[in-house]
Design a protein around this ligand. Structure first.
Ligand SMILES: Cc1ncc(COP(=O)(O)O)c(C=O)c1O
Length: 382
């Protein structure tokens, strides 16, 4: 008999940083030895309002002390306020709250199948939407999708941002089309406003429902509340998570009145979704993003990085606001160099692209640290 090997108590998922973290403050995190690190990674693009923003912390603490949890079996003023706040912020009409990005996308895709009666989905090359089965069906990442190939829903996959391919595609039996308005994992890929308009028009003409997966692009990250406002196109459904409640787990399906009015009670549901703690965190998050200049700061940071990284090993800055990709032929060595300078940032599916997704209130000091560290980098064969 083969002995079962010993396993760690915590199942490994990602390769973590080589130091455990103790706390965070604004745009920095501190390791257990008290050393500071500039955080341009934001815990997977989550920490939109910065680490432990005092207003968010206070809202969570106050809510925890008064009512930690009650499900949708009870109406809660804080949930109604959160719904009013996020629908106004996103310019959508109605919201269903859940707990994560994958759950939001799973429900959004399921709704398109339910509402259209069609059996096929559409998505884009390089798209990444989560690890549940419908979300996997539209995700273009063979290493996580292939083991489930037989269980996935058929998906038409088109090149992202390609007007000709869009014009030629047949959407007549497509229930829903999902996209990240800026493809993040794929290496910060953008598309033109013309392409977004053409996609909206094609969905209108064919009856396919348009879903914007704004799990990374939403909550002020591009300098507008959601990418829908940035690109000037209103989807039928927007999904949100990550920065939505500053790190308290929360997902949302934001929808137009045309979609919401066709749903009946029981079509969607969740025990934890819309819990008071997450709703209080969401309210504080929208307040901080709207009233502390985080969106203008995101835009200004992008302008500064584009300008001041010129002449460095970074040959192109892609993306918008604070969802940026730094292209460099030396990206792996650059990432290592930046880590040595106590700067955290992310890789991507493109080996030449590093990703920046810091808190939206990233400071001038943090940007200076990043810019000078990049300029100080000496690749062996530049
Ligand atoms: C664009 C996008 N969609 C969906 C997801 C899935 O979100 P979650 O990990 O909260 O399930 C992610 C996570 O990285 C994401 O980046």
């Amino acid at each position: 008999m083969i002995a079962t090997p010993p396993v760690p108590a915590l199942l490994p998922t990602y390769a973590p940083y080589p130091f455990p973290l103790a706390r965070g403050e604004g745009d920095r995190v501190f390791d257990v030895q008290g050393q500071a690190w500039w955080d341009f990674y934001g815990g997977h693009c989550v920490c939109a309002t910065g680490h432990s923003h005092p207003k968010v912390v206070r809202a969570i603490a106050d809510q925890a002390a008064s009512l930690l949890f009650y499900s949708a079996a009870a109406a809660l003023p804080v949930r109604d306020q959160a719904a009013a706040s996020i629908t106004a912020f996103s310019n959508m009409d109605s919201v269903f709250f859940c707990n994560s990005g994958a759950e939001a996308n799973e429900n959004a895709l399921k709704l398109t199948l339910l509402l259209t009666g069609r059996k096929r989905l559409a998505a884009f090359e390089g798209g990444w939407h989560g690890r549940t089965l419908l979300a996997l069906s539209v995700t273009d990442d063979p290493k996580i999708t292939e083991p489930f190939a037989d269980q996935l829903t058929p998906c038409l996959r088109l090149p992202f941002g390609d007007l000709d391919a869009l014009a030629a595609a047949d959407f007549s039996d497509v229930a829903g089309v999902i996209l990240e308005p800026i493809q993040s994992m794929a290496g910060i890929k953008t598309a033109s406003r013309d392409w977004f308009r053409a996609l909206r028009a094609k969905c209108d003409a064919t009856g396919a429902l348009l879903i914007f997966d704004e799990i990374q692009t939403g909550m002020g990250r591009l300098g507008t509340p959601f990418a829908a406002q940035f690109y000037g196109v209103r989807p039928d459904i927007t999904t949100s998570a990550k920065g939505l409640a500053s790190g308290v787990p929360m997902g949302a399906l934001l929808m137009t009145a045309a979609v919401a009015s066709r749903l009946k009670g029981g079509d969607l549901g969740s025990t934890f979704g819309g819990g008071p703690l997450a709703c209080a965190a969401l309210l504080a998050t929208v307040d901080v993003i709207s009233h502390e200049g985080l969106m203008p700061n995101a835009m200004a940071a992008a302008v500064r990085l584009r300008l001041e990284l010129k002449g460095s090993v970074v040959t192109e800055v892609m993306g918008e606001g604070l969802l940026l990709g730094l292209r460099s032929a030396h990206s792996a060595a650059l990432k290592k160099h930046l880590l040595a300078k106590h700067i955290l940032l992310g890789g991507s599916g493109d080996p030449t692209v590093l990703r920046l997704m810091p808190p939206l209130n990233v400071s001038a000091e943090a940007l200076t640290a990043l810019i000078s560290a990049v300029h100080a980098f000496q690749p062996e064969s530049k």
